[in-house]
Design a binder for this molecule. Structure first.
Ligand SMILES: [Zn+2]
Length: 439
């Protein structure tokens, strides 16, 4: 009897314990995660589903590892379940995804919902998303799963979020300015989006060409010359980008050019200008360099252009020159820097030598193409130390200062041209030129 009684008591106690545990289990609240929002490009989405498991007993860690007592709970969460987020339209190739800072991990799956074959575009973790770039326009559905690990203080949980949105990326064309001073260069950039063809550019300001912007995602740049003799006027620059045309309007502002009157020795004139065929010689050797075939279709220049030699500027850019009492001025297309004969002349920037030869009018002459048609020219050299076709780095010696050609004393004529338009070297040298963009 005693044994039976004792057994009964034990059973009762056990039943009470089990009952108490059952009541505790039932009453134990599922952990109320304050479900945080996940944001895509600043747009919040609430979780559309959540699941978590709650430990029944706050056991010591060693016991929990061996005999985990867990309450699984899902769906019926105190957390808001508000469903999918319609995030609208984005005009970019990459979207910023922010997950709660205390979450332990995150996975995503990106679908094209109206694609029956291979609808999954990408999947992975947060770092995969950060590396991901859209490659076509259309409708997308992004599911994000955020996971919380279990630890002493908190329960494990998973939440899912969903964004529906449209990607609509179109080419964007930017003109560096709507105003230019005679002698300036304008920079035009084209971010081509998903277009596979390169953009083209045309302007009656002069020949210009698009080259790829290194390291960019389908970006191009072109340099538009505003020659010193362009009249103060309003002009258009037209860019063809995919199926669209973009027009940039630019107002040309007159620069203040100097006027010079001087006497040129008749023997110099006779030895240059008056030599039969001198004009034809110049046109064939230097005039043809303005043609498209002398453009290098990549950016060769790197960093700021340098003034090749230091010395007295004896003739300024764009100068009106009245020679030997002539009533009509000629224009000076570059800058003249007076310096001792034999001074080494370095390349102003990285580029390819496209001409290195003697010209009756300009003496020993070197022309370097820096990409997109932007060229520097060095005239009247006593010696040429490079050949057409050479690649030169900034600072490489390409020749020596001299007084060959139409010149009265040792000096370097330094000139910058795009197509057949001469532009001012100074903004390139002092770093203020638009071509430097936001580098
Ligand atoms: Zn000159």
């Amino acid at each position: 009897m005693k044994k039976v009684k004792a057994f009964g008591v034990i059973v009762m106690i056990l039943l009470l314990l089990v009952g108490a545990a059952a009541v505790y289990y039932v009453l134990l609240p599922a952990r109320t995660f304050d479900v945080p929002a996940v944001t895509l490009e600043g747009q919040n989405a609430q979780a559309f589903s959540g699941s978590w498991h709650t430990r029944l007993l706050r056991q010591p860690e060693w016991l929990a590892q061996h005999i985990p007592v867990v309450k699984e709970s899902s769906a019926e969460s105190p957390a808001a379940v508000t469903g999918q987020k319609d995030a609208g339209t984005f005009a970019q190739k990459q979207l910023a995804l922010d997950i709660p800072a205390d979450a332990d991990s995150c996975t995503f799956e990106l679908l094209r919902p109206f694609e029956s074959v291979n609808p999954v575009v990408a999947e992975g973790d947060l770092s995969d998303w950060e590396d991901f770039r859209f490659s076509r326009n259309g409708d997308y559905c992004l599911t994000v799963n955020v996971h919380y690990d279990e630890d002493d203080a908190a329960d494990a949980a998973d939440f899912s979020y969903q964004f529906n949105f449209t990607i609509d990326v179109q080419p964007v064309v930017t003109f560096s300015s709507d105003r230019a001073v005679q002698g300036d260069i304008l920079r035009v950039t084209a971010d081509m989006g998903f277009e596979t063809e390169a953009p083209t550019i045309e302007s009656d300001l002069g020949l210009c060409a698009f080259i790829p912007i290194e390291g960019s995602d389908n970006g191009y740049e072109a340099y538009v010359p505003v020659g010193y003799s362009q009249p103060a006027s309003a002009r258009d620059i037209i860019v063809h980008a995919g199926s669209r045309d973009f027009t940039g309007h630019v107002v040309i502002v007159p620069a203040d050019f100097e006027v010079e009157r001087f006497d040129m020795p008749q023997e110099t004139i006779d030895a240059t200008m008056n030599v039969p065929g001198a004009g034809e010689d110049y046109k064939q050797k230097l005039g043809t360099l303005a043609e498209e075939r002398y453009i290098v279709w990549e950016k060769l220049w790197d960093g700021q252009f340098i003034q090749p030699v230091e010395g007295v500027i004896t003739s300024s850019f764009g100068l009106y020159r009245y020679i030997n009492g002539s009533a009509t001025p000629s224009r000076h297309q570059g800058i003249d820097i007076a310096i001792a004969e034999g001074t080494p002349v370095p390349a102003s920037n990285r580029g390819q030598v496209v001409f290195a030869d003697f010209v009756i009018m300009t003496g020993n002459t070197v022309v370097i193409e820096h990409g997109a048609g932007l060229k520097t020219i060095y005239m009247h050299l006593s010696e040429i130390d490079c050949e057409a076709g050479d690649m030169v780095e900034q600072g490489d010696i390409i020749g020596l200062v001299g007084t060959t050609g139409y010149s009265t004393g040792p000096h370097l004529h330094f000139e910058v041209r795009i197509g057949d338009q001469s532009v001012s070297p100074w903004p390139l040298i002092d770093g203020t030129s638009d071509i430097y963009g936001n580098e």
